[in-house]
Design a binder for this molecule. Structure first.
Ligand code: ZN
Length: 324
C-alpha cells in the first residue's frame, strides 16, 4: 500500500479513513501575527489548546484525516501544527506546499529563475520538491500535496508562474494538487487547461471550491477531465447555501460522478482575517464549523437520495485514491 506523509509521519493510504480534504488549522499571516497579534489578539497557548479541543471533537465524529492546504500566503507554520498533532492522536493532519496568491509572485522569486536577473532553474520548483521529499524547513515533516490559486484575476504573470511551478513539482514527484478556483468566474477550466499543457495527471487534481457552483454543465466539464471536484466549503452559506450544495451533489451522484467529488468545509480553528471578531464569525456563519458535514450534511445527502456507498466513496475512497 502507498504511504502518505502526515505531520506525525508516514501512514498507509489504506489507514487514512474518513478524510476531509480541505480544512485549515490556522489561517494567519506571520508578519501580521508577529507585529500586531502578540500581546494583543494572539495568545499562543490558548489558540493551541482551542485547536486541540476542536480537532479532537472532529475525530470523535469519525473523521480520521484532514488535508490542510495552508501554504505560504496563508501562514504555514509547521512547529505549531506539530504541537497540536501530538495532542490529537486519532486524527492525521496532512500538510501542503505551494503558494497562495491571487495575483503576484512573492518578491523572493521575482528576480530568480530562467531568463531573470539571476538566470537559474526556477527555485520555486526546488523549494516545493524539497518540502515534499525531504521535509519542510528543519521540522522533519513532509508535505504530501501541492496548492496554488487561479481566482477571478485569472492567469496573471505571477499566478501563471506559481501554477507552472506547482505542475512541474507534481511531474517530478507525483504529488497531487489542490487548486483554489473561483466558481462564478469558472476558473477551474483555466487551471485544468494549464495543468494539462504541463503534463499533469488530472486524476491527481482537486478543483478546490467547485462546490460553490450549482452549474452542472460547468461541474461535469471539470469532472470529465478526470479531475475531482472539491465540494469543500460546507457552511460558507454566503457563497452557496447548504441545501443548494446538497442538491448539486445529489444530482452529480445521480449522474454517476460520486467517484469525482470530495467533501470539506474550508473551516479553521482561527483566522486572522477577523482577529478581534473571531467569536462573532461563528455567530454570523453558524454552520462554518468542522462538524457541519457529519451533523447536518450527510443526513441531508441521504435524504436527497445519495447512498451510503456514495458517501463512503466521497469521504474515504476518493481521498485514498488522491493520496495513493
Ligand atoms: Zn482554504
Amino acid at each position: 500500500m502507498p504511504v502518505v506523509s502526515t505531520v506525525r509521519g508516514p501512514v498507509d493510504a489504506a489507514e487514512l479513513g474518513q478524510t476531509l480534504m480541505h480544512e485549515h488549522v490556522f489561517v494567519t499571516s506571520t508578519e501580521h501575527l508577529d507585529n500586531y497579534g502578540k500581546g494583543a489578539w494572539w495568545d499562543e497557548e490558548a489558540r493551541v489548546a482551542d485547536a486541540i479541543t476542536k480537532l479532537n471533537a472532529l475525530a470523535a465524529k469519525g473523521v480520521r484525516t484532514i488535508a490542510d492546504p495552508t501554504v505560504w500566503g496563508l501562514g504555514r507554520y509547521i512547529p505549531r501544527i506539530q504541537r497540536i498533532a501530538a495532542e490529537v492522536p486519532d486524527l492525521n493532519i496532512i500538510v501542503a506546499t505551494g503558494i497562495y496568491s491571487f495575483e503576484e509572485l512573492p518578491h523572493q522569486y521575482e528576480h530568480r529563475g530562467p531568463g531573470l536577473l539571476l538566470d537559474m532553474p526556477d527555485p520555486m520548483i526546488d523549494d516545493f520538491v524539497r518540502d515534499l521529499t525531504e521535509g519542510i524547513a528543519d521540522t522533519g515533516v513532509k508535505a504530501a500535496f501541492l496548492k496554488c490559486v487561479v481566482d477571478r484575476q485569472g492567469l496573471t504573470p505571477g499566478v501563471e508562474r506559481i501554477c507552472r511551478a506547482v505542475a512541474q513539482a507534481h511531474v517530478r514527484t507525483g504529488a497531487p494538487i489542490t487548486v483554489h478556483t473561483n466558481s462564478p468566474a469558472r476558473t477551474g477550466i483555466i487551471a485544468l487547461d494549464l495543468f494539462a499543457k504541463e503534463g499533469v495527471d488530472l486524476t491527481k487534481v482537486v478543483v478546490g471550491h467547485a462546490g460553490d457552483s450549482n452549474d452542472l454543465d460547468y461541474l461535469r466539464q471539470l469532472a470529465d477531465t478526470g479531475a475531482t471536484l472539491g465540494m469543500d466549503r460546507f457552511g460558507l452559506d454566503l457563497y452557496n447555501p447548504t441545501p443548494e450544495r446538497v442538491a448539486t451533489i445529489a444530482a452529480l451522484c445521480e449522474g454517476g460522478y460520486a467517484d469525482r467529488m470530495v467533501l470539506s468545509h474550508d473551516a479553521a480553528c482561527f483566522m486572522d482575517y477577523f482577529p478581534n471578531e473571531w467569536d462573532m464569525v461563528g455567530v454570523i456563519a453558524p454552520n462554518w464549523r468542522y462538524d457541519h458535514i457529519h451533523d447536518d450534511v450527510l443526513p441531508a445527502l441521504l435524504e436527497a437520495g445519495v447512498t451510503d456507498a456514495q458517501i463512503q466513496q466521497m469521504l474515504l475512497f476518493n481521498p485514498r485514491r488522491y493520496f495513493s
